[in-house]
Ligand binder design. Structure first.
Ligand code: FES
Ligand code: CO
Length: 353
């Protein structure tokens, strides 16, 4: 699936820029191949416009904000959050500003991010009840550029078979390659997948997991929100919760902005923000290293047999099935440039020396 070519994916919300980063002026952001400018309007809300001035096409993200308007840095034309042209500074007061403008997009603040939807939304931004629960703290963990596709990141988020290998230096157990099964319940927004896994618990993880045992258990309640958001609720035996919210925001077909927000029901004294970022940073870098080596164009159509599968790939197979249905329900075919790497069933050639 070439993500930018499937129009229905424009009808979902994605976390783009951190609200904190918009305070000092407009910022560019590419979403599904579309070049946007994000800024804070006069009421303090984030806004998203096409990053192209209607005068001489300069990027509005090169400009600045003034009284809630975005000002083009080339000749100073200014626009409001709807994209309407409000002022042409070269005009005398009696000259009427023509009804011109640039395209605007839906943009909402949520969980410390500006969320953007490029077309009529098919679903709301995933709910995170912990965000308004005083027993939880919010940690803005990562906002990173990855050279992979949003689908690969999502699939990996529900893949229990990679822990023993990709995470063998952190929480994976290389001598325990048989993964726990997920119990999966499909929902209207995607699915819920639940499992209990035993993980390695090295000393540097003790304050993160709340345990000093050599191994500990994770009760994982993992939810997939179509197409590219997920919520992973990890509960440790002590009752400690480590809830990760991800938006694998598609920049284009082979790049994402990975937004990761963490909620914890403990305090800074038990485990500091820096410790939590440092521990999860090592883990996400392990994922990044392998995911950036995969082909970003994963086919949704299992009948094409471009990839081969095993039983623990089931969550990823359900994602493929659901995404393919989403495309078909909206009159789209899957657009893919994936080239078969193996013929299947694969008959190995035995070379004898
Ligand atoms: Fe923006 Fe001229 S290009 S004001
Ligand atoms: Co991983």
């Amino acid at each position: 699936m070439l993500i930018t070519r499937q129009k229905v994916l424009r009808r979902f919300w994605y976390a783009t820029e951190k609200l904190e980063n918009l305070k000092d002026g407009p910022k560019p952001f590419t979403l599904l191949g579309e070049k946007l400018v994000l800024f804070i309007d006069g009421s303090g809300e984030p806004a998203a416009l096409m990053d192209r001035c209607c005068h001489r096409t300069a990027k509005l993200s090169k400009g600045w904000c003034d009284k809630g308007l975005i000002v083009c840095g080339y000749h100073g034309w200014s626009y409001d959050r709807t994209g309407q042209l409000i002022d042409i500074p070269q005009f005398s007061p009696e000259q009427v500003v023509p009804r011109l403008g640039v395209k605007s997009y839906r943009c909402k603040p949520r969980y410390g991010y500006a969320w953007v939807c490029l077309d009529e939304p098919l679903a709301d931004i995933p709910e995170v009840p912990e965000d308004s629960d005083p027993s939880f703290r919010r940690i803005m963990q990562f906002h990173d550029d990855w050279e992979t596709s949003a689908f690969r990141l999502m699939e990996n988020s529900f893949d229990n078979a990679h822990f023993a290998f990709v995470h063998r230096s952190t929480f994976g157990q290389i001598d325990q390659p048989i993964p726990e099964k997920y119990e999966i319940r499909e929902t209207d927004y995607g699915f819920e997948a639940e499992t209990i896994v035993t993980i390695a618990n090295p000393p540097q993880a003790h304050r993160v997991t709340g345990s000093k045992e050599p191994t500990t258990r994770r009760h994982m309640r993992n939810k997939w929100f179509m197409p590219f958001a997920r919520r992973l609720d990890i509960e440790y035996p002590s009752g400690l919760r480590h809830i990760i919210i991800n938006s694998a925001t598609p920049v284009d077909d082979g790049r994402i902005k990975l937004a990761q927000i963490l909620y914890r029901n403990d305090d800074e004294a038990s485990c500091s923000t820096e410790e939590l970022i440092a521990w999860d940073q090592v883990i996400v870098e392990e994922d990044r290293d392998i995911l950036e080596s995969t082909d970003p164009d994963a086919t949704m159509d299992m009948a094409r047999k471009v990839e081969s599968h095993m039983p623990s790939d089931r969550p990823g197979m359900i994602m493929r099935k659901r995404l393919l249905k989403l495309l078909r329900d909206h009159g789209e075919d899957e657009i893919s440039e994936a080239v078969p790497a193996v013929s299947w069933p694969f008959v190995p050639t035995i070379v004898r020396h």
